[in-house]
Design a protein around this ligand. Structure first.
Ligand code: ZN
Length: 673
């Protein structure tokens, strides 16, 4: 299970995957790469099967996508109070510029514009550090003077240090211990209040005996005026009223095209929440939303994730509109329906197996639009709602966005990674052909079956493995998946069509665990993160235990290290042995054995190999961060102007798209003085 509510792709997983399955739209020449600047690569994604929806479903999606993009100014304003003013300024200069476009200062301004558009503000979307422009203040002032009078900012003197001075608003979210996290964070979720005042305010509201507590602060900006601390609520008639009213209007249109009454009811509950700002209404909506598993089309639109708030309360605006990928969801249903067979046939001691196991059926979706905090950088999965009591009482929806993972995969094809790290063409070809499907199956088996398999012996403390629990739990789920990927049962179930396909995932897993994931670790550091520890544990253990039979070789060629797998059948057998042992450790709560496994295999890094991997990876110049442009949806109207259908196109590039959004979906004034 993903501990974060949103599932982000691991860099290692993305970098290695390459060319995938058949292209379901038949467009072989689809260009996945759009732009490359600073540490960013912008891609585009397809929306397969959009044309196979009904016209009514397409119209529903259209209104929901409009409601999604309409929230754009809110995330900009949430991320920093000068963001909209700076966006206006830089966009205006860029659009009005009549000088040499090869000029160094102008080029630097263009890069800065692309960076802030990607981050929805002046701070990096991931590191949270403020961008420092590579153009000069003089250049900016000179260009401002050339703007038409009505486009020159009134508060240029305020904006200049915000843009140029590294000491002013240096970090959007500050998490450093011992500091006032509110006063030192540059976001715009609070104004004039200290951390102590925020905590005092919400502690007074919280009722610890409430079993169904609302998410305090989720849709508010907490401010202090004339010595009084109070909440400004995001709602119709409240803060961001201009954006939210327009979203409500569009949701109303969407409701007219709802697929069924359940879905119409959900949309109306969301409208009610946006209109009242009442957090109970949001919970009411969330419960209806999580319980709807029957509609083909689904969406989130609201103040959802709270990573942008150092205290983890206020939700960032975001929206993702999507529809169920029937074919891929069928895959997880098949796995889930056969959960008992997998449990009964596992290499684990029968005492540690479950008598009755229930598989989880994960839904696979196709994204139609990414917006707010999920644009352009986006998660590859969603696991919501966030309220713990709703998750416990009503469940949660966990989905994988397969058209996004597919776009990552396709774009990685030809980035040089396989050529650099994979031992030979034969193995590369195998990865090209089968890695996308086997990687997806690995995730499905891990999530739908792996975590849910096995049982503790009576009286064993579930937390007996303490600090090593997370690593060993991930190892258990991964081993379950790896073991079954090589099982003929998957062919019998129609999930794979070639008995050698599993070798693609095996090779990638060992290469990643023994070598390439080291690219994410700084020189001199140990492996810390639980998923990375788990991968190294498994790879290093099977490498060592298979040495006598030469199952896996680490060979040198031209001074470079390569992984060679000599015996895939024995490798599968080793995965089974380790699964059996890790399950025993968990079932018996054998802390000593668990700690020994982790400490002997998962933590330490060979410094020479580490250095080599970092050097080889750096030469590839792969962008560390990626994001997406959206498709463009165009309504088809009849002679009276009624929308009768919607078409999709993929031609729009990155800057044209964000500049168009700024113009077409402008809802908030840039009133920061
Ligand atoms: Zn997991």
């Amino acid at each position: 299970m993903a501990l974060t509510k949103f599932i982000y792709p691991t860099m290692a997983a993305l970098a290695i995957t390459s060319c995938a399955s058949k292209d379901s739209t038949g467009q072989e020449d689809f260009d996945y790469t759009v732009d490359r600047f600073a540490d960013i690569e912008v891609l585009r994604y397809k929306v397969p099967d959009f044309e196979n929806l009904t016209p009514n479903q397409r119209i529903l999606i259209y209104y929901l996508t409009e409601a999604a993009i309409t929230g754009r100014d809110m995330i900009w304003d949430q991320n920093g109070k000068y963001n909209l003013a700076i966006r206006d300024l830089i966009e205006n200069i860029y659009k009005e510029y009549d000088g040499d476009r090869e000029n160094k200062e102008f080029k630097a301004l263009e890069t800065y514009l692309k960076q802030i558009e990607f981050a929805n503000g002046i701070h990096h979307h991931y590191s949270m550090d403020k961008f420092i422009p590579a153009f000069s203040q003089e250049f900016l002032k000179e260009r401002v003077a050339k703007l038409p009078a009505d486009r020159q900012p009134e508060n240029l003197d305020t904006l200049l240090p915000v843009i140029f001075d590294p000491a002013v608003m240096p970090k959007r979210v500050n998490q450093a211990e011992g500091q006032d996290l509110i006063l030192t964070s540059a976001n715009n979720l609070y104004d004039g209040v200290s951390q102590a005042e925020v905590e005092l305010f919400y502690n007074a509201l919280k009722d610890t005996t409430d079993l169904t507590p609302v998410s305090w602060g989720l849709n508010t900006r907490l401010v202090k005026e004339d010595g009084k601390v109070y909440e400004q609520v995001y709602k119709v008639g409240g803060l961001y009223s201009e954006s939210i009213s327009r979203i409500v209007e569009l949701l109303g249109k969407a409701a007219e095209h709802a697929e069924n009454d359940t879905q119409r009811n959900i949309i109306n509950k969301l409208i009610n929440y946006y209109t009242t700002g009442d957090l109970k209404a949001f919970d009411d909506y969330s419960i209806a939303w999580v319980e709807d598993t029957g509609s083909r089309i689904d969406f989130i639109n609201g103040f959802i994730e709270s990573y942008g708030d150092p205290l983890g309360m206020t939700g960032a605006f975001e929206s993702i509109v999507n529809f169920k990928n029937e074919e891929a969801s069928h895959r997880t249903e098949v796995i889930s329906n056969n959960a008992q067979w997998f449990e009964d046939n596992s290499p684990v001691d029968p005492r540690f197996r479950k008598d009755k196991v229930k598989g989880v059926s994960a839904k696979v979706i196709t994204a139609a639009i990414l917006a707010g905090d999920a644009y352009p950088a986006t998660p590859i999965g969603i696991n919501l709602p966030n309220a713990n009591w709703i998750r416990a009482a009503h469940g949660s929806k966990s989905v994988t966005i397969e058209n996004i993972t597919q776009a990552y995969d396709q774009a990685a094809h030809g980035n040089g990674f396989n050529e650099e790290f994979v031992i030979d063409k034969e193995t590369s070809d195998l990865l090209d052909k089968y890695l996308f499907i086997t990687d997806n199956l690995h995730t499905d088996l891990h999530e739908c079956l792996g975590h849910g398999s096995g049982r503790l012996l009576p009286g064993v403390d579930p937390d007996a493995l303490k600090a090593h629990g997370a690593t060993l739990e991930e190892a258990r789920a991964d081993l379950f998946a790896l073991y079954y990927l090589g099982d003929p049962k998957l062919l019998e179930l129609g999930l794979l069509d070639n008995p050698d396909a599993y070798k693609a995932e095996y090779y990638k897993y060992i290469l990643n665990g023994l070598m390439t994931q080291l690219m994410r670790i700084e020189p001199g550091k140990d492996v810390e993160e639980a998923h990375m520890r788990n991968r190294q544990l498994i790879a290093a253990w099977v490498y060592e235990k298979g040495k006598a039979d030469n199952v896996i070789e680490m060979t040198k060629r031209d001074g470079k290290t390569y992984i060679k797998i000599n015996d895939y059948t024995k490798l599968r057998d080793l995965f089974g042995q380790l699964l059996s042992e890790v399950q025993r450790i968990k079932s018996e709560g054998d802390y000593e054995a668990g700690r020994n496994l982790v400490e002997n295999y998962a933590v330490k890094v060979d410094p020479t190999l580490h250095k080599e991997v970092l050097e080889r990876y750096a030469k590839l110049d792969i962008a560390p961060y990626k994001g997406f442009v959206n498709p463009v949806y165009t309504p088809v109207t009849d002679k009276d102007g009624n929308i009768t259908d919607v078409t999709v196109s993929y031609e729009e590039d990155y800057l044209p798209q964000v500049l168009r959004y700024s113009e077409q979906y402008r809802t908030l004034p840039s009133n920061a003085k």
